[in-house]
Design a protein around this ligand. Sequence first.
Ligand code: DX5
Ligand code: ZN
Length: 211
Amino acid sequence: MVKIAPSILSVDIDKIESEVSVLEKAGADYIHIDVMDGEFVPNRTEGIAMIENAHDGTNLPLDTHLMVENPEALLEDFLPLSNIITFHIETVSEETAHRIIDILHECEVSAGIAIKPDTPVEEIIPYLDDIELVLVMLVEPGFGGQVMIESCLEKVRKIREMKPNIDIEVDGGINLSNVDRVKAAGANMIVSGTAIVKAEDKANVISKMKS
Ligand code: DX5
Ligand code: ZN
């Protein structure tokens, strides 16, 4: 069964603690935390307060998505409370990527690499044996509420063909009308912001996404 990781990007910082508790009761498997620096993406988030507040409100594993130019510089802040940390391949050299993966593994945190819509899938092939998760962005990173770019699903198919057992997480524009196509492509971790957080009946959306 697929795992659901609601993104709390649109939740006010002082409401995160109560919101993640609601999401846990609604059947979420992870909480997805978007970290933005205003450089790699044209948007900025609150930094460590987000993950601290999420940790105060839930026992669910925390899935940190670093959309920043210098992911290595933020590891110290996010390692202690994260279960997964994902950084963007577009921001690092091969040497830095391997160093980050090693640091994450030393701290028993799962390592994920994310690719933007325009980044060819070939860029992450050299790392597939060393990481636990690939995050395929289905929109340009930076904002919630965008429309999924259908052609990105081809990358999910290719990765699934190469790696039957790796976690493939997808992020951006996923809702009840397209989630079946996303799952059919081979994704097993679904990030969803707008479709879950803005829904009245979050449990219903989460269970429909899983079924
Ligand atoms: C976008 C973020 C996403 C975002 C998803 O750059 O990485 O996690 O919150 O939100 P929706 O599901 O609304 O596209
Ligand atoms: Zn994200």
